[in-house]
Design a protein around this ligand. Structure first.
Ligand SMILES: [Zn+2]
Length: 143
């Protein structure tokens, strides 16, 4: 496990502990899998990854752990159309998503221009943006 991932895992452990949740070997495996994920796994994928680290990890424990982390805003739940919920660490830099409607691939992007336009629109309407999500559903160009 990389240094960065270890620090992330320890942070997640801290959050669970503060919620009164015991850090079992199962949970260490789940948190390690989360800390090492750079994509947007769903619960089943996370379960699969955690089981490679500890074959005893149950799907129920993954569900419960993910729910607590989401509640504590340590991870973000993405509800992309036509797919089950996909998770990522909330500590990642802000970005938006492209979702390939054919392959289901999720691609991250960030645009200064889009961020600025959104700020401007909200401001013109008398608001400050608290948060936003932008999802572009895309199909690969054939040419
Ligand atoms: Zn993302």
């Amino acid at each position: 496990m990389s240094n960065g991932a270890t620090i992330i895992r320890e942070g997640l452990e801290q959050i669970l502990r503060s919620e009164g949740i015991r850090i079992t070997q199962q949970r260490v495996a789940i948190l390690s899998a989360l800390a090492e994920s750079e994509d947007h796994p769903n619960v089943e994928e996370l379960h699969e990854r955690a089981r490679k680290l500890n074959p005893n990890v149950s799907l129920a424990t993954v569900y419960r752990t993910v729910a607590v982390l989401e509640e504590q805003k340590a991870i973000i739940r993405n509800e992309f159309e036509g797919a089950s919920a996909r998770y990522e660490l909330a500590s990642k830099e802000h970005h938006d998503h492209l979702i390939d409607v054919e392959s289901g691939d999720v691609i991250e992007f960030y645009s200064e221009e889009i961020e600025a336009i959104q700020e401007r629109i909200a401001k013109e309407m008398g608001y400050d943006i608290v948060s936003h999500r932008l999802e572009l559903y895309v199909r690969k160009r054939k040419n």
